[in-house]
Ligand binder design. Structure first.
Ligand code: SF4
Length: 331
């Protein structure tokens, strides 16, 4: 089958001790069954320590975080398991992070995850992305609706083109991406394919926009699960930054990551809103864009509960009505 990945994918290298954050901080790492069995069978100090810190929870094995850090983290920034047993002994989560794999059965897409600072730097500095396709072993008949996937693949191409429009202000481009999502949703629901008219869509958006200062949106995020005090402080002290081309790269990342997931429930609009809401929140918080985006991803994307709350809130929260989101985009 085919594997597709962005051209920057293979340039990623972990910057280890130079990393301003660390994937060994704050998160409980889920350990796959094979490695959990290996770790629990190890002799000596390392085995004893692993038996102490591995715990079973909801059918999964998890490495317990101690004093905010993975207990295998060494003060020189290296992982004790990797240092003593080699890279092959790492569990799948640690071996793959921040590489994302979306396996659709008959094709695979890979990407980098924004919650790693080095990946965030790469994603946000990539001006033009080519998508590389190569052969990948395996493959099986898809379990999804193939017609729906065709619509999603085609409309994602269109939203990528919309997001690469350098002739319009960034906030208008994001508005158009949201407006286009409604047309794409209609096509996913069975409407005929039609040509998107950006000028007409933008005129409609301006008529529709409702004044919004973003406070309600940040209040929504305050009510989500919060991992770090740094995130809480950022939510309490927003310092809105100007729109830049990097916000469009951010939107492209979210489109690449979430657009096709609508094949599972035919709900594209909430994924498009997730894309726009993410860009709005990151812009609203301000600061260094890559650092803010990385923290956002760590807090939001790495929590299934938080992502689902936003997808639900896209329809139910008064903070995320279309006229308010467009009002915030166009203000
Ligand atoms: S967050 Fe990224 S750069 Fe930092 S230690 Fe983990 S993989 Fe390396």
């Amino acid at each position: 089958m085919k594997l597709t990945k962005p051209s920057y994918f293979d340039t990623f290298r972990c910057i280890a001790s130079d990393c301003p954050d660390s994937c060994c901080k704050e998160w409980d790492v889920q350990v796959d069954d094979e490695k959990a069995a290996l770790y629990r069978s190890l002799p000596g100090d390392l085995g004893n320590r692993l038996r102490e810190v591995l715990r079973d929870e909801d059918g999964e094995t998890v490495m317990t975080i101690i004093d905010g850090r993975c207990p295998m983290w060494r003060t020189d920034g290296l992982c004790r398991i990797q240092a003593e047993l080699g890279e092959d002994a790492l569990c799948r989560t640690c071996r793959e992070f921040p590489r994302l794999t979306h396996d659709y059965g008959n094709f695979v897409e890979m990407g980098l995850e924004l919650s790693c600072p080095e990946a965030a730097r790469i994603i946000l500095s990539a001006e033009n992305i080519d998508y590389i396709t190569e052969e990948y072993p395996g493959g099986e008949a898809p379990e999804y609706d193939e017609e729906a996937m065709d619509v999603l693949l085609r409309t994602r191409e269109t939203v990528r083109q919309i997001l690469s429009d350098s002739g319009r202000p960034v906030n208008e481009v994001l508005t158009l991406a949201l407006m286009y999502a409604y047309q794409a949703q209609a096509e996913l629901d069975g409407a005929d394919e039609s040509v998107f008219d950006p000028d007409a869509a933008l005129a409609e958006a301006h008529r529709f926009a409702k004044a919004n200062d973003g406070t309600q949106m940040l209040d929504f995020f305050m009510d989500l699960e919060i991992l770090t005090d740094a995130w809480m402080q950022r939510l309490k002290n927003p310092c809105r930054s100007p729109w830049t081309a990097e916000h469009l790269r951010l939107a492209r990342y979210f489109a690449d990551r979430y657009w096709l997931q609508a094949v599972s429930d035919y709900d594209l609009v909430s994924r498009a809103k997730l894309m726009v809401i993410s860009c709005l929140v990151i812009r609203q918080l301000g600061g260094d864009l890559a650092a803010t985006a990385q923290l956002y991803s760590k807090e939001i994307e790495n929590s299934i509960e938080n992502v689902e709350s936003i997808l639900d809130g896209a329809y139910t929260s008064p903070a995320f009505t279309d006229n308010k989101l467009i009002g915030l985009l166009l203000s």
